[in-house]
Design a protein around this ligand. Structure first.
Ligand SMILES: Cc1cc2nc3c(=O)[nH]c(=O)nc-3n(C[C@H](O)[C@H](O)[C@H](O)COP(=O)(O)O)c2cc1C
Length: 304
């Protein structure tokens, strides 16, 4: 562990041991009645700092700037379990809808930057926080990504039109192109015709910004981390007055085509896991919509 990444003010520490109790890695212990850094395995989760009643612990690896927002004020006070309105939370979750009709109104960059900060309040495997965020702040930027993606799908459709190629690949155990042909080819063809004809944007739905969520190498759970941050962003966007839509087509193209990632400034070693279209929504709903039935199963433990 890098030196001084966790600082303990011995004058303030009264040796209560709370930081030792909550440390998930056994990094802290009590020595001569005071908290001390004795382990090497810190994941810098900040539990020790957050629990200390005397503000004696500081995790210097944590960047305070990441918890300062420009577009709203929030409390630093920790909310104990049960101290938030479940009803309000569920209404927010159910009210978030995938927006497919954005107005042309641009989004202030400070909102986009705040959304990234809200994204990273999500948990991450071993607190690796190896996520990455690429902000496309304008409609112009979204259109240039859309053009790259349209060109990728144009090439894919040309390949998918070749019946013999599809069948050959399928026979050699690579059924992807054939599955694409049957599942998506026609829809994509129509969307591309509209994009090149009338300019209708069936990919990003006219969004005026986007956030691409990815990962750097070295995370234990890169996909999960990125998607948890993504869900935070979707919910926060709704609460901040923005519409959002995940664009799976863009993720598929960016995963397959390194040149598209490169074109938006993403380094070669990074992966992309979510593309979030953002903008002001032109859609007005009368009520929330439900979901199909799901029945959880129970497991009560093995019979003795
Ligand atoms: C991984 C993923 C990829 C998606 N990709 C697209 C997409 O490319 N285009 C689109 O319009 N919607 C896309 N969606 C939105 C879904 O269609 C939408 O979440 C679903 O219909 C439920 O509606 P809701 O988000 O309004 O609750 C995607 C959603 C997810 C979770």
């Amino acid at each position: 562990m890098e030196e001084n990444m966790i600082e303990i003010d011995k004058a303030l520490c009264d040796g209560c041991g709370l930081c030792v109790t909550v440390c998930p890695t056994g990094t802290l212990s009590l020595m001569e009645g005071k908290a001390a850094v004795s382990g090497e395995e810190s994941i810098f989760c900040g539990h020790c700092e957050a629990i200390c009643p005397r503000k004696a612990v500081r995790v210097t690896a944590i960047d305070e700037e990441m918890s300062r927002y420009k577009t709203f004020i929030t409390e630093k006070q920790w909310l104990p379990p049960g101290k938030y309105s479940t009803s309000g939370l569920v209404q927010l979750m159910a009210s978030r809808r995938s927006c497919r009709c954005f107005s042309g109104r641009p989004i202030d960059r400070t909102m986009l930057e705040d959304l990234v900060k809200i994204g990273i309040t999500a948990p991450s495997g071993t607190n690796s926080q190896a996520w990455t965020f690429t902000i496309l702040p304008t409609r112009k930027a979204v259109i240039s990504l859309a053009e790259q993606i349209a060109s990728y799908f144009g090439r894919l459709n040309t390949a998918a039109e070749k019946t013999l190629l599809r069948l050959f690949l399928k026979l050699t155990g690579k059924g992807e192109l054939d599955a694409y042909y049957h599942g998506y080819y026609r829809k994509v063809k129509e969307a591309l015709e509209e994009w090149h004809g009338s300019g209708r944007d069936r990919l990003f739905h006219g969004s005026t910004a986007a956030i691409l969520v990815g990962s750097k190498p070295g995370a234990s759970c890169p996909v999960e981390d990125a998607l948890l941050a993504t869900q935070n962003i979707l919910l926060a966007a709704h609460s901040m007055g923005l519409g959002s839509c995940l664009i799976g087509y863009a993720v598929a193209a960016m995963k397959k085509e390194p040149s598209i990632r490169q074109a938006v400034g993403i380094p070669p070693e990074e992966e992309i896991h979510a593309v979030i279209a953002l903008g002001y929504s032109d859609e007005v709903y009368q009520r929330t919509a439900g979901r199909r039935k799901v029945t959880p199963r129970y497991f009560e433990g093995q019979q003795p």
